[in-house]
Ligand binder design. Structure first.
Ligand code: PDD
Length: 280
């Protein structure tokens, strides 16, 4: 029988449920392995568990289970299922907590192990071969999609937090500033407001849209065009935008003071204008 193991619970696959606060569900904030079992024995489990440990280390998930324990759990679920030719799926998410990019340090990861019958591979694939197509590598270059695949953003937030910062600002290889891990970024230089154009490299933020609208009503000069990290650090003002925090001044980037190190007048004016527009 196809089985699921979830944090110590064992039952039928259909009955296994996770919280809507699971970080895998909200952020894609997890890692996994797929192991094949032949005649009731998993092949290369050690290699899979080694890769799981590597993935966990990279995304900063502390696995509370040792290698031997994971071996025991997975082998136990497989044996219990009675399935001989099986696909064993092992998934670890960062844990369960109210949605926030930065999760609490005390969170315990969730472990899911499922055992299913293998999907038979059509023998024609082996005898006749298959067709393939090529496409430009685009993983993950769809930043305009408000996707729940947020693991990179989660990691960026964690690194920012460790550096004593609140937000991480993404820079492309050529130095272009795109956006924050969970915000859009604006700079002000000599009275001109600048932000990256709304293409596939940024999320077209709703607050970003309203800031541009307010700027127009205030007759602020606006350039919606890419700018680079040097312009960012030499800006008179920098601020980030997002639905919840609205408009937040940034006074320091990578240790470099922005402007005079105090929230600037253009930022304040835009926030005031936004508040007025919102209350209308
Ligand atoms: N994030 N860019 C990214 C990558 C974001 O995740 C967000 C918002 C924004 C700003 O979008 P808006 O102005 O529509 O809120 C820009 C939300 C706040 C979040 O993930 O919690």
């Amino acid at each position: 029988m196809e089985l699921a193991y979830l944090n110590g619970w064992l039952g039928s696959l259909e009955d296994a449920v996770v919280s809507v606060n699971d970080r895998g569900y909200n952020f894609g904030d997890g890692i996994y392995e797929v192991v094949r079992a032949y005649r009731g024995v998993m092949f290369a489990l050690e290699e899979h568990l080694e890769r799981l440990a590597m993935s966990a280390a990279v995304v900063e998930i502390d696995l509370p289970w040792g290698r031997a324990e994971l071996q025991e759990i997975t082998a136990g679920v497989l044996a219990e299922s009675g399935i001989k030719d099986a696909t064993v799926y092992i998934q670890v998410t960062r844990g369960t907590a109210p949605r926030d990019h930065l999760s609490g340090a005390d969170m315990r990861p969730n472990l899911l192990v499922t055992v299913r019958h293998i999907t038979e591979i059509d023998p024609v694939l082996y005898s006749e071969g298959i067709k393939a197509i090529t496409m430009p590598e685009f993983r993950w270059q769809l930043c305009h999609v408000k996707s729940i695949s947020l693991q990179a953003s989660v990691l960026a937030k964690r690194r920012a937090s460790r550096a004593g910062a609140v937000e991480a600002i993404f820079i492309l290889p050529d130095g272009t500033v795109t956006e924050g891990a969970s915000s859009n970024v604006f700079i002000v230089k000599d009275g001109v407001l600048m932000t990256h154009p709304a293409d596939n490299r940024i999320l077209p933020g709703v607050l970003r849209h309203f800031v541009l609208k307010v700027a127009e009503t205030l007759n602020t000069a606006v350039k919606v065009q890419p700018y680079n990290i040097l312009e960012l650090k030499k800006a008179d003002e920098v601020f980030i935008t997002g639905t919840v925090a609205e408009i937040v001044p940034v006074i320091n980037v990578d240790g470099k003071t922005i402007g005079n190190g105090r929230p600037g007048p253009v930022t304040a004016g835009l926030h005031k204008g936004y508040s007025a527009l919102r209350k209308r």
